[in-house]
Design a protein around this ligand. Structure first.
Ligand code: TZP
Ligand code: MG
Length: 233
């Protein structure tokens, strides 16, 4: 079926919009992989999260060779296919090699303007920001979304810094037009405060990948985000 001719019909049938850029406006729970913490391994985590309805996956791998990463990235891309946005953390070369939907980069990584030149206008670029100033710069430089970090203290990323608190999200949300993904120390107990704070989406790495049942944990976060949003509106 030609999704460009029948977008509404396609969405009705598949449950998602086939255009990954449009899908970015609809993300809720955001999966970031972590092979060091994962109980059931990265591919299983991605498969289960996508089956639970997760619409965005970031392949974040710090311990593998480029060759292994490319191989695994191809497999993750296949799982995400037309169901979820597939981004690669930091490694623009890996993202390009597998034709991923985009990248997620940090403040010390490739400048957005150069990443954009390399990837093209169709790809999604997310940038980690820690405050309003960085968030405004990110939007101005052409980021498609920001990852606001860390909301709470976390031991998953050693250099993440101190948590800024969920109440800090609102100021960034009010100043930006692009989506805000909250990350850092988010779990089942505090996730509602993050959505109430104004986050469009959230990441909870250890709370999900350390679990025996990634599918049900993902489902929990997706349901909670949607219910909290509905109650806010
Ligand atoms: N970037 C900022 S904090 C973080 C990353 C990758 C780790 C978040 O992990 P957790 O387990 O959800 O606190
Ligand atoms: Mg990085």
């Amino acid at each position: 079926m030609n999704s460009q001719c029948f977008p509404a019909l396609t969405e009705l049938i598949t449950g998602i919009d086939m255009d990954k850029r449009k899908l970015l406006a609809k993300i809720d729970f955001y999966l970031v992989t972590d092979s060091g913490l994962s109980k059931k391994r990265t591919l299983s985590d991605v498969r289960n999260a996508v089956e639970a309805g997760c619409r965005i996956v970031q392949y974040r791998e710090k311990d593998r060779s480029t060759k292994e990463m490319v191989k695994e990235a191809f497999l993750i891309k296949e799982i995400c296919e037309d169901k979820a946005i597939f981004l690669v953390n930091d490694r623009i070369d890996v993202a390009m090699a597998v034709d991923a939907d985009g990248v997620h980069i940090g403040q010390d990584d490739m400048p957005i303007a150069i990443a954009r030149q390399l990837l093209g206008d169709d790809k999604i670029i997310g940038l980690t920001v820690h405050n309003l100033k960085e968030a405004l710069e990110a939007e101005q430089d052409g980021a498609d979304y920001v990852g606001l970090s860390p909301i709470f203290d976390t031991s998953t990323k050693e250099d993440a810094g101190k948590g800024i608190g969920p109440e800090s999200i609102k100021g960034v949300k009010n100043a930006l037009n692009i989506p805000i993904v909250a990350i850092g120390g988010i779990n089942k107990e505090n996730c509602m405060s993050v959505v109430r704070g104004g986050a469009d989406s959230l990441v909870a790495i250890s709370a999900v990948v350390c679990s025996d049942d990634v599918k049900s944990e993902t489902k929990y976060f997706i349901d909670m985000i949607r219910i909290t949003r509905t109650n806010l509106s």
